[in-house]
Design a protein around this ligand. Structure first.
Ligand SMILES: *Cc1c(COP(=O)(O)O)cnc(C)c1O
Length: 456
């Protein structure tokens, strides 16, 4: 007979369970001193722990939540789908939520993207795009086109293939022997422009290095992958649309693909529905995830145009089909959440309605942090505003890493009721779109209090 071990079964009561679960991106020893916060429920922009204390979710639960926790519209859509069809094999079958989602997506993405491939998380969408890009060239008789250019500080997920195109080596370095090396090119460093140009008047004059690399590697190059407008995990480095426009031109001229990883910036984060739209470009591949289900369920897609699709369209005896599959591909519940997300965008005119909130958030952060003695830079694109902190900004001297300044600010913000997870010695704001102007003021007040509690 099967009998669970009693001490294990009761460990969630004794508090030992916390150490049995291995949390992501976490030094587990930290939890000896700071056990994970037990979140009991969520409502709108707030998370509530078991004692009923609330936290403003300032970073949208790792950038996924758009319309608040336990959103009733999304909940209803998922619940209705749950009692009809929870999942079905996606090879040989299709279903209404996937069909509707494909239609809704293709109606809002850049012109020329006409096909939707499903996966179930961001990293896997990147894997699928890299494989599809190379397989395209192989199907055309150019198997030597198998390399990818990525930008320094770029982040594209943490599966082995995706790590090969991560410029943020923090995540890839420990796994070097497992990762296929690709080609790194120095990306834009607009917050400290080496050419001394102001962001407003810049025409991506720094693009020369990228252009030269694309030309030099054209014969072996499958594609170039970029996070359009904002490298989120890469310390929120931001570049102007002009850089994307030049990249589109250069990749087309060299005969290689442009892969736009809009996993973090898609669905309104940069102020437009998709970041590529600010440069009026259509990439050959667009990867979407995170906000796609409003942060309800895991789902991702890779979008392509007809040219890519047609290269895989063949008779069975000459099979060139795209071999890539996940058990939960096209999960109906996730697709239902994504359909409802896109309905909210349309019916509530979200992109327009967001504008005053974006302006207010950017101004509120500047008001509180500009001129602060430890602030070295404040930068914003749409909903994303990041504040970098340094021991001596004027001298360019960072804090000693062992001080864990950012982490301590994060802890202070938690005490004060805001989930403001740091990125190194940087704090950033990327709240759900349902935040109000008053809540923006409260959140930025808490952030300043937390910074002052640590830095005086
Ligand atoms: C989060 C992220 C990914 C990876 O997505 P996961 O769902 O975490 O695997 C890839 N690219 C970008 C730009 C991201 O921000």
């Amino acid at each position: 007979m099967y009998l669970p071990k009693k001490d294990v079964l009761m460990s969630h009561v004794s508090g030992k369970a916390a150490m049995r679960i291995w949390h992501p991106c976490t030094q587990m020893k930290d939890h000896e001193k700071h056990p994970p916060v037990f979140i009991d429920r969520g409502q709108g922009i707030y998370l509530y722990d078991r004692q009923g204390k609330s936290y403003i979710d300032a970073i949208s639960s790792w950038w996924v939540n758009l319309f608040g926790h336990a959103n009733p519209r999304i909940a209803k859509a998922v619940t209705e789908q749950l009692t009809r069809l929870e999942h079905v094999i996606f090879a040989g079958c299709t279903h209404a939520p996937a069909e509707e989602l494909a239609e809704r997506l293709l109606a809002v993405v850049p012109e020329g993207l006409t096909r939707v491939f499903f996966a179930d998380n961001g990293s896997c969408a990147v894997e699928a795009a890299l494989k599809m890009s190379h397989a395209y060239w192989r199907n055309l008789g150019r198997p030597e086109k198998c390399k990818f250019i990525y930008l320094s500080n770029g982040y594209h997920g943490e599966t082995a293939g995706a790590l090969g195109v991560c410029g943020d080596r923090l995540y890839a370095a420990p796994f070097t022997p497992l990762v296929v090396p690709q080609i790194e090119v120095v990306g834009p460093e607009c917050h400290a422009c080496p050419l001394g140009l102001a962001r407003e008047s810049c025409a991506a004059e720094c693009f020369g290095g990228m252009e030269a690399a694309i030309k030099a590697h054209a014969d072996e190059l499958s594609g170039v992958i970029i996070e359009p407008l904002v490298q989120c995990a890469g310390s929120f480095r931001m570049h102007p649309p002009a850089y994307l426009a030049k990249l589109r031109q250069a990749t087309t001229a060299a005969g290689c693909h442009l892969i736009a990883d809009e996993i973090a910036v898609g669905f309104g984060r940069t102020g437009t529905m998709f970041a590529c739209q600010q440069a009026a470009i259509t990439p050959d591949f667009m990867c979407l995830s995170k906000g796609i289900t409003s942060g309800t369920l895991p789902l991702s897609v890779v979008l392509t145009g007809d040219a890519v699709f047609d290269a895989f369209y063949h008779d069975y005896h000459d099979d060139k089909a795209f071999l890539h599959s996940h058990s939960y591909t096209g999960n109906p519940l996730a697709c239902a959440a994504a359909c409802e997300t896109l309905r909210i965008f349309e019916e509530d005119d979200v992109i327009i309605a967001n504008r005053p909130k974006i302006t207010h958030l950017q101004a509120a952060v500047r008001q509180r942090f500009a001129g602060h003695k430890h602030v070295s830079d404040i930068r914003s694109t749409g909903w994303i505003t990041a504040v970098s902190l340094a021991a001596d900004p004027a001298a360019g001297r960072p804090f000693d890493e062992r001080d864990r300044t950012g982490f301590r600010i994060y802890r202070e913000a938690i005490k004060r009721g805001a989930w403001l997870r740091n990125l190194g010695d940087m704090i950033y704001f990327m709240p759900p779109y349902v935040i109000t102007l008053e809540e923006i003021d409260r959140l930025t007040d808490i952030a300043l209090d937390a910074v002052e509690a640590v830095l005086g």
